[in-house]
Design a protein around this ligand. Structure first.
Ligand code: SP5
Ligand code: ZN
Length: 340
């Protein structure tokens, strides 16, 4: 199985994120995550790790707002120019409540407009890392179009919380959406998001489209991040109605209950009859994840992948979350091992 990976992600290493209550904690979405996954992939003989190709900005502009990408590109330089007391990361303290129409000129005003929370911290290398992450996803998509049964975009930073014009939840460019949209110019595509958190950005990007089916299985936003999106009654709008599905799950969901929800999701995918499947693979459904409340085991992760493989589709797997670094390697092997 081809695995697309770039060292450029290391340039994105925010010093902290802010948890509820204003608590500064070490950035959970850290470069060590990739080291753990690479270590695991290097123990098997089927992982062919390659550098991504540079696809340029066009496939990104096809799903993201240009002014938003411009903001990501210049934010760091603009931040330093404001001579902040603590310049270690750009993080606004004001957010655009229910998206008011006015986009302010000031950097911090725009940051609050384009950011969803206190975990999408921007540092000097963030934009470059996000671009190379998207190129990993596109390279994986290209390899599947070229006839590979499956390919893995070992993307960092992750992408599924990034919407058309906003960053959030460690995500800046929506890698899975970029890949799915690029594939949709060729054949029908479904996106299945199994990260612990709702794939709100992917939902946002494809919400009014009927040519890309999007499904997210996740912790119920009624108790979990991202709180405001990901409910079962959100099913798409306009011609996209019926082409988005959310499967919110209660805390404590175990392997069997997870697979039961997954089977319903897979049935929707079968009915849609796609040629390509993009999987947003977050390992934070794992029982011992520091952010999670869902109790899926490593064996359960293998079972999930086996069920997905039973669709028998050309599959692009995109790395999303997963923050138990010590378990990440074996969980990724359990997942990819069934889809290789
Ligand atoms: C890609 C991805 O998995 N992003 C997840 C971003 C979640 N950020 C919100 C963190 C909420 C912090 N709550 C603290 C609970 C610790 N037990
Ligand atoms: Zn997640």
């Amino acid at each position: 199985m081809k695995v697309f990976y770039s060292e450029t992600h290391r340039k994105h290493e925010p010093p902290f994120e802010v948890f509820d209550g204003g608590l500064r904690v070490p950035y959970l979405e850290n470069p060590e995550r990739m080291d753990k996954i690479l270590d695991a992939l290097n123990t098997v003989d089927w992982a062919d790790i390659q550098q991504p190709t540079d696809f340029g900005l066009d496939p990104l502009l096809a799903v993201h707002d240009k002014e938003y990408l411009d903001f990501l590109a210049s934010a760091w330089t603009e931040w330093l120019a404001t001579k902040p007391k603590d310049s270690s990361t750009l993080l606004p303290a004001t957010f655009a409540l229910r998206r008011q129409p006015h986009k302010p000129k000031s950097l911090l005003g725009r940051a609050g407009y384009y950011m969803m929370d206190l975990s999408a911290c921007i540092v000097e290398g963030t934009y470059q890392a996000a671009l190379s992450s998207a190129n990993c996803a596109l390279s994986a998509a290209e390899s599947v179009v070229g006839g590979q049964r499956s390919a893995f975009g070992l993307c960092r930073p992750p992408g599924h919380h990034a919407g058309k014009d906003y960053a959030g939840g460690y995500c800046f460019i929506n890698n899975a959406a970029v890949a799915a949209n690029w594939l949709s110019a060729k054949e029908r595509v479904a996106v299945l998001d199994v990260d612990y958190h709702c794939g709100n950005g992917t939902q946002d990007i494809f919400y009014d489209r009927d040519d890309v089916l999007t499904i997210s299985i996740h912790a119920d936003p009624d108790y979990e991040y991202p709180s405001y999106i990901g409910y079962a009654d959100e099913r798409g709008k306009g011609r996209g109605f019926g082409y988005h599905h959310n499967f919110p799950l209660p805390a404590g969901t175990d392997d069997d209950a997870y697979v039961a929800a997954l089977d319903q999701a897979l049935q929707k995918i079968r009915e849609f009859k796609p040629v390509y499947l993009v999987v947003s693979a977050g390992m934070d459904i794992y029982a011992d994840d520091p952010l999670g409340t869902i109790k899926v085991t490593t064996a359960g992760i293998g079972k999930i992948a086996r069920q997905i493989a039973s669709l028998d589709l050309s599959t692009v797997i995109i790395m999303e979350g997963g923050y138990n670094n010590d378990a990440l390697g074996r969980n990724i092997l359990a997942f990819l091992g069934e889809l290789k």
